[in-house]
Design a protein around this ligand. Structure first.
Ligand code: PLP
Length: 457
């Protein structure tokens, strides 16, 4: 196929996710056709080699072109491409992977339910929370608290959990069992004279007030990412998670920790729950489970929840919840090969050390720029937030499209980052195999891009 043919077929046939549909259909934005990748680099059809500093959608954690995973996928496809997991069926790959996940997960976790992506895993989680409360004879304990700026998926329920306006507006979301509370976003605290400790107390007070208003006996669970991801790559303020967990325990509210981005090393720890001392009832995993070589997600349930869930099947027969592709053997084989690579390449440690290096270098290069309000990160997550005025932290006018312009200027220098969906925030989440030299390339290219778009300070 010629490039022109591909371009036409793309516009004629393909409904792209998260894309400006009208602009793309009219040919006002380019079709970007990616043809290959190796390490932290991808190539497009025009022969450009681009450093992917967002690892796809923060998912290609081991980097591109890993033949170990490709071979495992091919072997599994040749031996047995598919069998379902209903009524106790399994494959060597899926059983092995479940064991490997539990060996790496926090010690209180007990069983893995496999799905395909983060959204369907969080749907499973909500259903299992409701199932759990039904078994315990308290069906009215049903509402779920999420945070503004949280991201938990794009489905009806998971899009409702997501706390970003563009995922609600025009879709008639959020659905009624979903409530939102304050984001732990210290840079955007309500009053600048608040210390970090004051702000944590404020977040706790907001949560307590919501629980009081609704009634604790109507609230089933709280869901949160260890570090806010798509909402702006925001690490929590010191002491946030212990304080929130205390409230949840007091009111017998389950904790769902959404580790779709953070599990398997991104924060320099195997799980974000390890890093922040979280004791989850359910952990959501996806992305880094297979490094996106094949679609796979999981919901990991605690022993405490499992002890109740298992009673449900005794009373009611088989649980009425299943996907055709749950624990798909090809994806499971990719997961096994991927987790072995994460270990053998030492990627959890590398994310910690190179992540600290990247964050420090980004801060050194850009923190003093008059339009850089905040440089923040944890492990191999790094965000730079731009403001019109540094003292008042005012936003640039949305019509200026500063985020997309900065991302485009960076792309012009051969580096891919993401303009996050809310605010002028550029996010970096490279593969966990990033080297210091590659971190230097990212920082140098971004500094030039910022100077080009906003002027040299
Ligand atoms: N949860 C988190 C924290 C995510 O970042 C994402 C996707 O980015 C999801 C859930 C949804 O995952 P998926 O896009 O695989 O449905």
């Amino acid at each position: 196929l010629t490039n022109d043919q591909l371009d036409r077929w793309d516009r004629d046939n393909f409904f792209h996710p998260s894309t400006h549909l009208g602009q793309h259909a009219r040919g006002e934005s380019p079709s970007r056709i990616i043809t290959g990748g190796s390490g932290v680099y991808i190539e497009d059809r025009d022969g450009n080699r681009l450093l992917d500093a967002f690892a796809g959608l923060y998912c290609v954690n081991v980097g591109y072109g890993r033949t170990e995973i490709a071979d495992a996928i091919a072997e599994q496809a040749k031996q047995l491409a598919y069998y379902h997991a209903y009524v106790g069926h399994g494959t060597e790959a899926s059983i092995t992977l479940a064991k490997m996940i539990l060996e790496r997960a926090p010690k209180n976790m007990s069983k893995v339910y496999f799905g395909l992506g983060g959204s369907d895993a969080n749907e499973t989680n909500i259903k299992m929370v409701w199932y759990y409360n039904n078994i315990l004879g308290r069906p009215e304990k049903k509402k779920i608290i999420s945070r503004w700026r949280g991201y938990h998926g794009s489905g009806l329920m998971t899009g409702s959990l997501t706390g970003l306006a563009s995922f609600h507006n025009k879709f008639d979301l959020p659905l009624s069992p979903i409530l939102h509370t304050e984001a732990p976003y210290y840079y955007r605290r309500p009053r600048l004279d608040m210390s970090e400790a004051d702000f944590v107390s404020h977040c706790v007070a907001e949560l307590e007030a919501l629980i009081d208003r609704e009634g604790a006996d109507t609230i089933a669970a709280f869901i949160g990412e260890p570090v806010l991801g798509t909402g702006g790559l925001v690490p929590p303020p010191q002491g946030y998670w212990p304080a929130i967990q205390k409230v949840l325990k007091k009111h017998d509210i389950l904790l769902i920790v959404d580790e779709v981005v953070t599990a398997f090393g991104r924060l320099g720890a195997m799980f974000g729950s390890d890093k922040y001392g979280l004791e989850a009832d359910i952990i959501t995993i996806a992305k880094g489970l297979t490094s996106a070589y094949a679609p796979l997600s999981g919901s990991i349930f605690s022993q405490r929840m499992w002890d109740v869930l298992v009673r449900g099947t005794d009373e009611n027969g088989a649980i009425g919840h299943g996907w055709t592709y749950s624990s798909h053997p090809i994806s499971a084989a990719a997961g096994v090969a991927n987790l072995l690579l994460v270990d053998s390449l030492g990627l959890v440690g590398n994310a910690g050390t190179v992540g600290a290096y990247l964050n420090a270098a980004m801060r050194d290069a850009l923190a003093a720029h008059p339009h850089v309000g905040d440089v923040r990160g944890e492990g191999l997550l790094c965000a730079v937030e731009f403001v019109k005025d540094k003292d008042s932290r005012t936003f640039f006018d949305a019509s200026e499209k500063l985020g997309p312009r900065l991302a485009a200027a960076l792309l012009g220098r051969g580096v891919i980052a993401r303009a996050m969906p809310q605010g002028d925030i550029i996010g970096f989440a490279p593969p966990l195999c990033l080297s210091r030299q590659e971190a230097d390339i990212i920082v140098a290219a971004f500094t030039e891009a910022v100077n080009e778009v906003l002027g040299r300070p």
